[in-house]
Design a protein around this ligand. Structure first.
Ligand SMILES: Nc1ncnc2c1ncn2[C@@H]1O[C@H](COP(=O)(O)OP(=O)(O)OP(=O)(O)O)[C@@H](O)[C@H]1O
Length: 297
């Protein structure tokens, strides 16, 4: 089996937005350095407005790179590509298309509508538990069901890199939890797992899903802390109630609030490099390794 080489590499990345009026350029991400490995599930958390969506959209090829390098499999990202799929918070389904036809939209646009892609679309609807509603229209579905269709649609183009921007953010707690399980099941069911980048405000969701959590600093974003969730999958309901789970969440929350974690007191708020996890199998990053305060100039 060929393992895809989709390693994502951001070096000194500078992203921003041109102000609509005036000549301003607002910096969304600055000195953002990170590497995402093949088949890794990375979750990004950070304060509102810090630049998470901008970064995800840049990886999707929707935001131009203003400085530094953003490379996928060694090639600069210059626009959207079939190997990347982006799932938004609100299911953006076409109301005039049936569920199945929504899932088939990507292959159709790519000119790959054939028996094989139809079979794959039906298979994906089976996986997300919606085979029975394949002929229904989006308005006949619940919010959770629509988001499952959205997920199936993103997977139908067989992307290697799945980008998810708060995909469960608009759902109620119960549906959200079900879909988190569902997503993990789907992600693990693939013979070659997708590389996934998932943005969320929900720390518990981050700990449950991630191989690695990246805590972004306030705007302009850089990686303030990396936390490796070194826990085998499947991560069951009992683990979600464990002290270990809570400790991971506490560490991330502390970083978000710029506070030392209770378990790792640290009274030194000096600036130091972000934790390099490349040589670790377990997370040892304490809040002392946070880059606190304003972004690097
Ligand atoms: N189209 C745009 N034009 C100008 N500025 C923008 C645009 N989109 C976002 N911004 C600004 O860029 C910064 C980063 O926004 P972004 O949406 O990436 O943050 P975020 O971390 O995803 O926020 P949230 O968690 O609230 O969704 C913010 O200051 C925002 O106001």
């Amino acid at each position: 089996m060929t393992v895809p080489n989709i390693c994502l590499d951001a070096r000194d990345l500078l992203l921003g937005h041109q102000a609509r009026r005036g000549s301003g350029f607002s910096t969304a991400c600055q000195d953002l350095n990170l590497q995402i490995r093949d088949e890794e599930f990375v979750v990004i958390v950070g304060p509102s407005g810090c630049g998470k969506t901008t970064f995800l959209e840049a990886v999707a090829g929707l935001v131009p790179v203003a400085g530094g390098a953003l490379e996928l499999a060694g090639r600069p990202i210059t626009g959207p590509g079939p190997e990347r799929s982006l799932v938004f918070q609100h299911a953006s389904l076409y109301p005039w298309r049936t569920v199945l036809d929504n899932v088939l939209f990507g292959p159709q646009v790519q000119g790959r509508l054939n028996a094989q892609t139809r079979k794959r679309a039906e298979e994906l609807l089976e996986i997300v538990g919606l085979a029975k509603v394949a002929k229904k229209y989006p308005h006949e579905l619940s919010g959770g069901m629509r988001q499952r269709v959205n997920l199936a649609r993103a997977l139908a183009t067989d992307p290697t890199l799945l980008l998810l921007d708060e995909p469960f953010g608009a759902l109620d707690a119960q549906t959200r939890e079900n879909l988190q399980d569902e997503l993990l099941r789907i992600w693990q069911a693939e013979s070659v797992k997708k590389t996934a980048m998932f943005v969320t405000h929900d720390v518990n969701e981050a700990v449950l899903l991630a191989d690695r959590v990246l805590v972004f600093s306030p705007s302009p974003a850089h990686v303030a802390l990396e936390v490796v969730i070194d826990v085998p999958r499947p991560r069951d309901a009992a683990w979600r109630r464990s002290a270990e789970f809570l400790a991971y969440g506490d560490k991330i929350l502390s970083a978000l609030h710029h506070e030392p974690a209770a378990s790792e007191p640290n009274h030194d708020n000096s600036v130091s490099p972000a934790h390099d996890t490349s040589t670790d199998s377990t997370d040892t990053a304490g809040v002392g390794e946070l880059r606190l305060g304003a972004a690097t100039p």
